[in-house]
Ligand binder design. Structure first.
Ligand code: 5AD
Length: 347
């Protein structure tokens, strides 16, 4: 197994069978070996610098009905909210003063936020903070809309593919959604010139090592600049309320594999990782991640952006979140930097 890890580090790819064998056969010793290699690679490119992102969850209205997600449209228990442009700009100003130079605007697929409104918002943020990057995470749209938002100044786009296996995709989503359209969106985004992020939940219902191997090959072929992965965590008012959460160890293992496969990638130690383990994000960095996201949403709405249960940081002020992250990173010898944190090929 160590030979496979060495080869992945050298050649940046493996076959599907080899990925599946690694994923199914991992153990503590192999984890330690992988993390050491992954940290070496990350260190060479990024040193001990960790990029910060300020996350603004600006709407939890969603027209989709993904079986795993707490803001799916069928969830009548969700208390819906939508921030105004002025509220969003105010979150960005506060974030700027706290040292954030990337703002991630994330929301459900909310028809109120037409492409015109999103473009106006991006222009307003860029006018207020020209030295900052704007990342959008607002789901599936037609290619021309992605182009318009890019032209308005958006730098990056996050759209997790969720699972590369079409059959598995259809078990996680209603028939109104398709894996083909998801993949079409990712290709459009890449062709337009965004720094693109895909990603999947680890341990989503029905997922096998073979599915994860397919995810690795899909990511290899897409060559995204960012990959967001986190454990699946059940949300109490979704169809997957009673399913098991994804495992910490497997999520960390995949982060390590991703670092070796895409050495220059921006890999966040996600909030979901921090939710299933008190030091999950620190462990993510120690497995190869190099990005941390901090919540800048107004405290009053944070708990309402409930994709999954027990999400961390819902009670804290933005400044507290920022301080807490910095201290956590310092505790493991890493530095939270004031920087846009672009992919090395985009600087
Ligand atoms: N557990 C973990 N992650 C989730 N997401 C949505 N619901 C859950 C859940 N129950 C992730 C999806 C989505 C991202 C914004 O959040 O991967 O793309």
């Amino acid at each position: 197994m160590r030979e496979l890890i060495d080869r992945l580090a050298r050649e940046h790819t493996l076959t599907g069978r080899e990925f599946a064998a690694l994923i199914a056969g991992r153990d503590k010793d192999l984890d330690a070996y992988l993390f050491q290699r992954a940290v070496e690679v990350r260190q060479e490119i990024f040193g001990n610098r960790v990029y910060l992102r300020g996350l603004i969850e600006f709407t939890n209205y969603c027209k989709n009905d993904c079986y795993y997600c707490g803001i799916r449209r069928s969830n009548r228990e969700a208390q819906r909210y939508r921030l105004t442009e002025e509220e969003i700009l105010s979150c960005c100003r506060e974030g700027y003063d706290l040292g954030f130079r990337t703002f991630v605007l994330q929301g459900g697929e909310d028809p109120y936020f037409t492409t015109e409104r999103v473009c106006a918002l991006v222009r307003a943020i860029k006018a207020q903070a020209p030295d900052c990057a704007v990342t959008l995470s607002i789901g599936e749209r037609p290619g021309e809309d992605y182009q318009a938002m890019f032209d308005a100044g958006a730098d990056r786009y996050l759209l997790r593919h969720e699972t590369a296996n079409d059959g598995h995709y259809r078990t996680l989503h209603p028939p109104s959604m398709s894996p083909e359209n998801r993949k079409r969106c990712l290709r459009d985004l890449k062709n337009i010139g965004y720094q693109v992020g895909c990603g999947m939940m680890v341990g989503s219902p029905g997922q096998t090592p073979a599915h994860l191997a397919e995810d690795m090959l899909f990511i290899r072929a897409l060559e995204p600049q960012m990959v967001g992965i986190g454990p699946f965590i059940p949300q109490h008012s979704t169809p997957f309320a009673d399913r098991q959460a994804g495992a910490l160890e497997l999520t960390l293992f995949l982060l390590g594999l991703l670092r070796l496969m895409l050495p220059k990638a921006l890999l966040p130690a996600t909030t979901a990782l921090g939710t299933i383990h008190p030091r999950g994000r620190e462990l993510g960095i120690l497995a190869g991640a190099n990005v941390c996201m901090s919540n800048l949403s107004p405290t009053a709405v944070r708990a309402k952006y409930a994709l999954y249960d027990n999400k961390i940081c819902t009670g804290d002020e933005s400044a507290q979140c920022r301080g807490c992250l910095e201290a956590r990173l310092a505790s493991i010898g890493y530095e939270a930097v004031v920087d846009r944190g672009d992919h090395p090929d985009f600087t």
